[in-house]
Structures are given as C-alpha cells and as structure tokens.
Design a protein around this ligand. Structure first.
Ligand code: ADP
Length: 166
C-alpha cells in the first residue's frame, strides 16, 4: 500500500495542482492532499475553506483504484507524513525557479526523515506558468482566470471579492 502526501498552500487550488493530483493517482494507492494551515501568510481562503473547495473539486475526478483524501496540517511536514503513515511526498515542478527551493526542501526533509522519499512530477505545459499567487493578483486586478482554475473556485473568489467590497 503506497500512500503519498501532496502538501501545499492551495490558496486556491488551480488546474495545475489538479493535473498533478490526477497523474499521481496512477502511481499510488492513496493520496492525501494536505493543506498547510498557515495563518501567518494571510491566505485568501482559510484552511477550512481550501479543504472544502478541494474536496468538492476532486469528487468529480476519475481516480481508478486510488483513494483521495483531503486534510489540513501545521508544523513539520515530515511529522505530518509520518502521522498518516505516508511513504512519499509529491511535489510539482514548474520552472527552474521552483527547482532550487524544492531541492532544498527535499534534502532537508530527507535529512529529517530518511525513510520518506520526495517525488517530483513535471507540470503540464499548459499550466506551467500558473501559480495561486499570480492568479490572485490577476483576479484582483480584474483579469480573467477562467480555464486556469475550476469553475467552483472562481465562483468562490468572486463571492469573496463581492463580500469584501460590501
Ligand atoms: P507551496 O506554498 O507549498 O508551494 P502551492 O499550493 O503553491 O504550495 O503548491 C503546492 C505544490 O504544487 C508545489 O509542489 C508546487 O510546485 C506545485 N504546483 C503549484 N502550481 C503548479 C502548477 N501550475 N503545475 C504543477 N505544479 C504546481
């Protein structure tokens, strides 16, 4: 039984993340999508809201024999992975700019917990420029972000923006 954890901020989840999740379902028996609870980063959505959106979006995903779970965590990632009996951390790699940070994280996590392996999947070409941060910036300036995020997520962003303006 291979259990992988896909950790991230997912603020909010994009089609780039979904592509990584979908492709990971072919590699593992179970994937835990682990939302980092990071109030210090002043996220757009609370970790509860992010988990809820992810659950709704992945519900429609064809996952074959792979089980998908959504959870939130805080503290050290390797401690969380151990607590759910995971063996693998999945991360997505977009540009060279991701590489340096991801390499440092992977090596540090291996130092902390040699039994946990980090596996990288290359981003899909069509989403390789997509980041949650850039999406939020474009959205806040009135640009169109449809096709890059699930419809449900775009609606939540619009609702949030409307409420903030009231
Ligand atoms: P973090 O703050 O941990 O980087 P993110 O939510 O930004 O959290 O990203 C979670 C993971 O998903 C990271 O491994 C990141 O490289 C990957 N990722 C983010 N956007 C994309 C994308 N468009 N395509 C593929 N992987 C992505």
């Amino acid at each position: 039984m291979k259990r992988a954890v896909f950790p991230g901020s997912f603020d909010p989840i994009t089609k780039g993340h979904l592509d990584i999740i979908e492709r990971s379902t072919g590699l593992f028996d179970e994937i835990v999508i682990a939302v980092l609870d990071n109030p210090d980063k002043r996220p757009m959505f609370s970790s509860g809201e992010r988990c809820e959106m992810i659950s709704e979006v992945v519900e429609q995903m064809e996952t074959g024999n792979c089980a998908l779970k959504v959870d939130s965590f805080s503290g050290l990632l390797v401690d969380y992975v151990k607590s759910v009996n995971g063996q693998v951390i999945v991360r997505g790699l977009r540009a060279v700019s991701d590489y340096e940070y991801e390499l440092r994280m992977a090596l540090m996590n291996r130092h902390l917990e040699p039994g946990i392996e980090t596996v990288f999947l290359m981003a899909a070409e069509e989403y390789s420029y997509v980041s949650s941060r850039l999406l939020k910036q474009v959205f806040q300036l009135g640009g169109s972000v449809d096709r890059l995020i699930p419809e449900l997520v775009e609606k939540r962003m619009r609702d949030k923006q409307k409420r903030e303006k009231e």
